[in-house]
Design a protein around this ligand. Structure first.
Ligand SMILES: NC(=O)c1ccc[n+]([C@@H]2O[C@H](COP(=O)([O-])OP(=O)(O)OC[C@H]3O[C@@H](n4cnc5c(N)ncnc54)[C@H](O)[C@@H]3O)[C@@H](O)[C@H]2O)c1
Length: 252
């Protein structure tokens, strides 16, 4: 009998996705749910989390700012079992070092790095109890320099480093991997175009496409597919990896 269905299924698993109400997180919630998992959707945008949860068979919306230690503690007081943690919530910032205000630098670190730290630390006992799996959403910006993304590159480098480090401390007790997407077509990118390039949207969209040698943006469901794979039993030997999914960007 083929083992395929079990190795490629999340039936009976409980997952949590931060930033699950939009973009990559949203598509990941949908795919994990389709693979059979029950999914906690954690976001500051409760309304969007609620409406997504309502469209799925077993999903639970939670309002939680991952930068708040007390909100993260309150969240985990309501969750007693967890197999999968997807740290996806994140924010961006455009600027060279001399264009970067300390407040903005710290805000980026609070969400992208401290938020990942707080969520992972709170989830750890539950994940250890089930030999669970963590998937962090890093970025090509953590692997190579991206023009005028000083703070963002620094935060994503830290996310990659946290992934490597955790895999060393808990080599058999859980799995932890990281996805490094290129530019992905989500509200995150549309928001950037609107904020910084509202007068030249088509030109900037074309430039963003060309960052990927494939000549297009990634689709959030493509990143979600990799996130799903990394949590499956089929991926059991993948640990401490940072996996690019970038249309060839970092191969260049
Ligand atoms: N879109 C891209 O091109 C791209 C590329 C590489 C990496 N990434 C990373 O992927 C992740 C998701 O990006 P996206 O493009 O889907 O963005 P998005 O803006 O569509 O979604 C991000 C979600 O995170 C939530 N969020 C933000 N701050 C939060 C907080 N403090 N607590 C809880 N939730 C919070 C937002 O409400 C939103 O629902 C981010 O970590 C981002 O850095 C995105």
């Amino acid at each position: 009998m083929s083992l395929l269905p079990d190795r490629f299924s999340l039936r009976g698993k409980i997952a949590l996705v931060t930033g699950g109400a939009s973009g990559i997180g949203r598509e990941t919630v949908k795919l994990l749910s389709e693979a059979g998992a029950h999914v906690h959707i954690v976001d500051i945008n409760l309304e969007a989390a609620r409406s997504l949860a309502a469209s799925l068979p077993a999903a639970f919306p939670h309002a939680c700012d991952i930068t708040s230690e007390s909100q993260v503690a309150a969240l985990f007081s309501t969750i007693s079992v967890l197999d999968i943690l997807i740290n996806c919530a994140g924010i961006g910032l455009v600027g060279k070092i001399d264009e970067t205000a300390l407040d903005d630098f710290q805000r980026l670190f609070r969400v992208n790095v401290e938020g990942t730290f707080l969520m992972t630390r709170a989830a750890l006992p539950l994940l250890l109890a089930r030999r669970g799996s963590i998937v962090n959403i890093g970025s090509v910006a953590g692997m190579v320099g991206v023009k005028r993304r000083f703070a963002y590159c620094a935060t994503k480098g830290a996310v990659h480093a946290m992934t490597h480090q955790l895999a060393v401390d808990y080599p058999t007790e859980l799995r932890v991997n990281c996805i490094a997407p290129g530019t992905v077509d989500t509200p995150f990118v549309e928001g950037y175009i609107e904020k910084y390039h509202s007068h030249e949207k088509d030109k900037v969209r074309a430039e963003l496409n060309l960052r990927q040698p494939m000549g297009r943006l990634g689709r959030p469901e493509e990143i979600a597919g990799l996130a799903l794979f990394l949590c499956l039993p089929a991926a059991d030997f993948i640990n401490g990896a940072v996996v690019p999914i970038d249309g060839g960007w970092t191969a260049a």
